[in-house]
Write a protein that binds this ligand. Structure first.
Ligand SMILES: [Zn+2]
Length: 139
C-alpha cells in the first residue's frame, strides 16, 4: 500500500527501478508518491480547503497537473526536454527514467526543481494566510 496508481506512472516495475532507476530524494519522492505540495493531497489531509492549483490555473492541482501540465513549470520541463531529447510526458516518463543514466538524472532533476518551487510557494501561500482572511487594508 502507499504506492497507488500514480506511482506506477514512474515505476512500472520496482525490480527494474532498483536495478536501473536513479536515486530518489525528498523532493523527487513527493512527485513520485504524490504526497506533497499538491492541492489535491493538501485538501485530502485538510491542510487546504480547496484543491485548485495556486498558480491560477483554475483546475484541481493533481500531481499530474503540477508535473506535466501546469504552465508555471514550462521552463523546467523545457530544460529536461533539452537534455532528454524529447518532451517528458505522463506517458513516457517511466521509460525516460530508466532509458539511460543521463536521461534518468535529467528527469529526476525536473521533478526535484518542480517540487522545490512548489513547496516554496506553498509556504509563501500559508504565510499570507497567517493573518486570517481579512485583507490587510481593513481596520
Ligand atoms: Zn497550474
Amino acid at each position: 500500500m502507499g504506492y497507488g496508481g500514480w506511482a506506477r506512472t514512474f515505476i512500472a516495475d520496482v525490480r527494474v527501478w532498483q536495478k536501473e532507476g536513479p536515486e530518489t530524494d525528498y523532493y523527487a519522492t513527493q512527485a513520485i508518491v504524490g504526497h506533497g505540495s499538491f492541492g489535491t493531497y493538501l485538501k485530502q489531509i485538510r491542510r487546504r480547503e480547496n484543491d485548485e492549483c495556486w498558480f491560477g490555473c483554475e483546475v484541481p492541482d493533481t500531481p499530474a497537473h503540477t508535473i506535466f501540465e501546469c504552465p508555471k513549470f514550462d521552463e523546467v520541463r523545457r530544460q529536461a526536454k533539452d537534455k532528454v531529447g524529447k518532451e517528458v510526458t505522463e506517458g513516457n516518463v517511466e521509460e525516460m527514467l530508466v532509458r539511460s543514466e543521463d536521461s534518468g538524472l535529467a528527469v529526476m532533476e525536473m521533478l526535484r526543481e518542480i517540487m522545490k518551487i512548489k513547496e516554496r510557494d506553498e509556504y509563501k501561500w500559508e504565510a499570507t494566510r497567517e493573518g486570517g482572511h481579512n485583507p490587510p487594508s481593513s481596520g
